[in-house]
Design a protein around this ligand. Structure first.
Ligand code: SF4
Ligand code: FE
Length: 481
C-alpha cells in the first residue's frame, strides 16, 4: 500500500491535460484550488496505514492474499460490505468533504460481476482481463475514477438518435490492436486525483446503440484525454491568505468534465464491447454500490452536527431546549441515514462471480433519503449558527490593526472562547451548507449516484408488490389470495 506522500508523488508523475479559468493548469498537485481535493484522497492512503483503522480501511485481496487498501477490494462477504459503509462514514468524518475514491471501488466491483456474466453468455474472456487489471490496481494501490455519466444531450433521444453522436461516449474506429473512442464524461468526481479512469456506459441500451456499449480503463493521462475543472461556490477563497474563510482548512472535493478526443484503447483494457444487453446491468450494479457509498454523507453529517453543537456552545445557547431538540433531530436524521447504508450492506448477497453486492432496494432507499435529510440537517445547522455565518467580515479584517480590535470585541460570544474560534466554526458551517463543501454535502447528495427519480424508478421495480397485495388480501379474507 502507498503512503499519503507516495500517493502525492505518484500524481506528480502523471502528465494531465487540465484546464481551469480558461487556462491550462501546469502544476495540478500544487494548484491551490485543486490541492484540498488531493489532500482528501491522500487521507484514504494515510488512514489505511494507521493500525487503529486497519480492519475498516484495509482488506485481504482475494487474488493475491495480500493486505490492500479497501478502496481497491472486491467484496468477498457481507462483512466486507458492512465495513465499506463504515469506511465511508469514517472518511467523511475525517475530511468533511467528498474524498472521491469510492467511485473507482464501485466501478471495480460492478465490473467484477458483469464481466463474469457477459463471459457466461457470450464465451468471451472479459473477466480474466478484468482480474489482470484489478491485480494491477491492487498491487499499485491506485485511485480510479469511475466514469459513467455521459453529457446525454436531448434526454428524450437514445444515444444513436442524438444530433451530435458524441453526446454519449462511443467507438469511432475498430483496429487490430484496439478501438478509438470519442465523447465525454461529465461531473467526474476526483478525476485529476486519479491514476486511472474506468469508463462505463451511462444507461441501458438496445442493439442500435451497440457502439456505445463499451467499458474500458485507461491511465488518466492517456493521449487525447483532457479535463475541464468545474467551479464550486466560494472556490476562489482558496486563493486568499490564511485559511479561516475557507471553512474547511485542509480538505475539499472536485468535479471535472472529461473529454475523450479520439482516444485509443487497447483490447486488453476493454471489459465490454457491443454487449449492449449488459449495459443496464453494469449501470444498475455500479449505481447500487455507489448509492451505498453515500455512507460518506453520514460522516460529513457528523462534522456538521459537531459544528452546530460547538457554535451553540460558543454562543452560550447550548442549554436552550429548542437548540437541544434541533441537535437531537439532526442526530436522528443522520443516524437514519446510517441505518440505510448498513442495512443494504447487511442484506447483501453473492453474485455468480463470487462478488458480494448490496441489497439493491435498500441501497436505493438509502440514497433517496440522502437526497433529503442532509438538506434538513443543513437547515437546522444554519438555524443554530445564526446570521453571523453569512455577514462576518474576512479573516484579513480580523487580523488588520484598523478593524481587528472591533471585530474581536463585538463578535465575541461566550467570553471563554476566542472570537476567532467562534468565526472558524461558523465558517465551517457556511462551507458545508453554502460553500465549496455544499457541492458534496448537498447537491451531490441530490444528484450524485443518480438523481432522486432514478432511485424512485428502482424502488418501484424492486418493491415486491405481489407479496404485499397477497398479504393484505389474505388477511382481509379474500378467498383466492
Ligand atoms: Fe465517495 Fe461520497 Fe464522494 Fe461519492 S460523494 S465519491 S460516495 S465521498
Ligand atoms: Fe458522488
Amino acid at each position: 500500500m502507498m503512503t499519503a506522500e507516495q500517493y502525492e508523488q505518484s500524481l506528480r508523475l502523471l502528465n494531465f491535460e487540465v484546464y481551469m479559468f480558461g487556462k491550462r493548469v501546469e502544476n495540478v498537485v500544487d494548484d491551490p484550488i485543486i490541492r484540498p481535493s488531493m489532500n482528501a484522497v491522500a487521507k484514504t492512503y494515510e488512514m489505511a496505514q494507521r493500525p487503529e483503522y486497519e480492519d475498516i480501511m484495509t482488506a485481504t485481496s482475494h487474488i493475491t492474499g495480500k493486505r490492500i487498501n479497501r478502496f481497491t477490494h472486491i467484496h468477498q462477504n457481507v462483512g466486507d460490505l458492512v465495513k465499506k459503509s463504515k469506511m465511508g462514514r469514517l472518511m467523511g468524518r475525517a475530511t468533511g468533504c467528498c474524498f472521491q475514491r469510492c467511485v473507482g471501488m464501485d466501478a471495480l466491483n460492478a465490473l467484477s460481476i458483469v464481466t463474469f456474466d457477459i463471459d457466461k453468455k457470450h464465451g468471451t474472456q472479459y473477466n480474466q482481463r478484468f482480474i489482470k487489471y484489478l491485480t494491477f490496481v491492487q498491487e499499485n494501490d491506485l485511485t480510479c475514477d469511475g466514469a459513467m455519466t455521459d453529457p446525454k444531450g436531448n434526454r428524450a433521444l437514445a444515444p444513436h438518435q442524438q444530433a451530435d453522436p458524441d453526446l454519449f461516449l462511443h467507438v469511432v474506429e475498430e483496429r487490430a490492436d484496439g478501438v478509438v473512442v470519442r465523447g465525454a464524461k461529465a461531473h467526474q468526481t476526483g478525476a485529476v486525483n486519479s491514476h486511472e479512469i474506468i469508463v462505463m456506459p451511462t444507461i441501458a441500451m438496445r442493439a442500435e446503440d451497440k457502439d456505445y456499449a463499451i467499458s474500458f480503463a485507461l491511465p488518466s493521462d492517456a493521449k487525447g484525454i483532457l479535463y475541464i475543472m468545474g467551479r464550486q461556490s466560494c472556490d476562489t477563497r482558496k486563493l486568499e491568505s490564511g485559511n479561516l474563510d475557507r471553512g474547511n482548512a485542509l480538505f475539499g472535493g472536485h468535479e471535472a468534465l472529461v473529454v475523450f478526443d479520439d482516444v485509443f484503447v487497447p483490447w486488453e483494457r476493454i471489459f465490454m464491447f457491443k454487449e449492449y444487453e449488459f449495459a443496464g446491468s453494469l449501470v444498475e450494479n455500479f449505481a447500487s454500490y455507489h448509492r451505498q457509498s453515500y455512507a460518506c454523507k453520514v460522516g460529513v453529517g457528523d462534522v456538521l452536527i459537531g459544528a452546530a453543537q460547538t457554535a451553540a456552545e460558543y454562543n452560550g445557547a447550548e442549554r436552550a431546549s429548542h437548540v437541544k431538540d434541533k441537535i437531537i433531530e439532526m442526530n436522528h436524521l443522520n443516524e437514519t441515514l446510517y441505518c440505510g447504508c448498513i442495512s443494504c450492506a447487511s442484506e447483501g448477497h453473492k453474485e455468480p462471480s463470487g462478488t458480494y453486492v448490496v441489497d439493491k432496494l435498500l441501497a436505493n432507499v438509502h440514497k433517496q433519503n440522502v437526497t433529503r435529510f442532509p438538506y434538513e440537517i443543513a437547515r437546522l445547522a444554519q438555524d443554530i449558527a445564526g446570521g453571523l455565518m453569512v455577514t462576518m467580515p474576512a479573516e484579513d479584517d480580523f487580523t488588520s490593526p484598523a478593524t481587528g480590535k472591533w471585530l474581536n470585541k463585538y463578535y465575541a460570544g461566550n467570553c471563554d472562547v476566542p472570537t476567532m474560534n467562534r468565526m472558524r466554526i461558523l465558517r465551517l458551517i457556511e462551507n458545508l451548507t453554502l460553500g465549496t463543501a455544499a457541492v458534496g454535502y448537498l447537491t451531490e447528495s441530490m444528484h450524485g449516484a443518480g438523481s432522486p427519480q432514478a432511485q424512485r424508478i428502482m424502488i418501484s421495480r424492486l418493491a415486491n408488490m405481489g407479496e404485499k397485495k397477497r398479504a393484505a388480501q389474505k388477511l382481509s379474507g379474500i378467498e383466492d389470495a
